[in-house]
Design a protein around this ligand. Structure first.
Ligand code: UT7
Length: 320
């Protein structure tokens, strides 16, 4: 028995902010953002919360899969930007989709969140502990940006993507995942500081900070290695893969990965031009866009890969 994706969904906030709008509020340019990243615009939450986006994406994935809430026995949400510390976003989704029999929890693997979620679901299925799972990546990163720091805030966007996964023949052929906490300080955002009657705390909220070049170097080295490992584990050649669904951080990273794998850029669909980087939501949103565009047929082999803060990474070879 395998771990098969049987439905996908996604949700984006209604407001789109083009690079030219950012030119009006900070010292940046459409030319810089496009040429360095490929990003043209991003969706920014105004009234939408992380939970709202996650629930919307989850409902669409369930509809796409033809699965009811009662059938779902596991809900995993990858997020670094939940609305509440607790209850988890996953428990709030459980309530919203009436998944009364599910176990629900969040994981923090940043931009690799969807891949880590897939790996956990695969392990649950293998252990016989679940049969139908909902995996969601959901982020409102705009609230975690320092909008005075042009080196980070222009890169990120908001949204959610979801997949319904069932214990069925086919599906995941292999998954690899990894972490390197030793390089974790390359991409950070502190939670609230220790603050109680016994210690004075500066209660200023922290925002996302990134050593962009360090993360760039990590990505272009680690992602092709992880994909090669996943391909070897699956007994597949890169040429057999129809699409590589990569985390949408930077078009230059995606092109570098394509080059290292000796694969044409056309096999790497992108939506970063319109969505920016949405951390854990990037991979499932792109997967949903590709799925709904009718680009996937039963039996197609695809690779999904995520990478980001932690540092963390994951890659999977999947039969559609
Ligand atoms: O999802 C998590 C994973 N994250 C990533 O994968 C991000 C990986 N890193 C990157 O994508 C790239 O490193 C960035 C897009 C973040 C930056 O591109 P870069 O080519 O590495 O630029 P840089 O940081 O070396 O900055 C070059 C110049 C600097 O000016 P000086 O020092 O050369 O005068 C920056 O101050 O560009 C300047 N700069 C900007 N200029 C206009 C930085 N941000 C901006 C901006 N607009 N928004």
């Amino acid at each position: 028995m395998g771990t098969k994706i049987i439905g996908t969904g996604s949700a984006l906030p209604g407001l789109t902010i083009h690079n030219t709008k950012l030119e009006e509020i900070m010292d940046t340019s459409d030319e810089w953002i496009r040429s360095r990243t490929g990003i043209e615009e991003r969706h920014i939450a105004v009234e939408e919360t992380t939970t709202f986006l996650a629930v919307t994406a989850a409902r669409k994935a369930m509809e796409n899969a033809g699965v009811s809430g009662e059938e779902i026995d596991l809900i995993i949400v990858g997020t670094v930007s939940g609305d509440m510390c607790f209850p988890s976003t996953a428990c709030q989704i459980q309530e919203a989709v009436s998944a009364v029999h599910a176990t629900a929890f969040d994981i923090n693997a940043a931009c690799a969140g969807f891949l880590f979620g897939l790996s956990i679901v695969d392990a649950y299925f293998y252990a016989g502990r679940a049969k139908t799972a909902l995996i969601i990546g959901a982020e409102v990163l705009s609230k975690m940006m320092d909008w005075a720091d042009r080196s980070t805030c222009v890169l990120f966007g908001d949204g959610a993507g979801a997949a319904v996964v069932r214990k069925e023949e086919g599906g995941i052929l292999s998954i690899v995942q990894g972490s390197d906490g030793g390089r974790g300080m390359a991409l950070t955002c502190h939670n609230r500081p220790v603050n109680n009657p016994f210690v004075r705390a500066d209660n200023t909220l922290d925002y996302t900070k990134m050593d962009g070049q360090a993360v760039f170097r990590f990505a272009v080295k680690t992602v092709p290695e992880a994909i090669r490992q996943a391909l070897a584990k699956a007994g597949c050649e890169a040429d057999e893969i129809k699409y590589f669904i990569l985390h949408q951080a930077n078009i230059r990273i995606i092109e570098a990965v394509a080059k290292k794998l000796g694969q044409p850029d056309e096999k790497f669909p992108t939506n970063l031009q319109k969505c920016g980087n949405i951390s854990a939501a990037s991979v499932p949103i792109l997967l949903d866009h590709v799925n709904r565009a009718g680009m996937l047929e039963k039996g197609d082999k695809i690779v999904a890969a995520g990478f980001g803060a932690g540092l963390t990474w994951g890659a999977a070879v999947i039969v559609w």
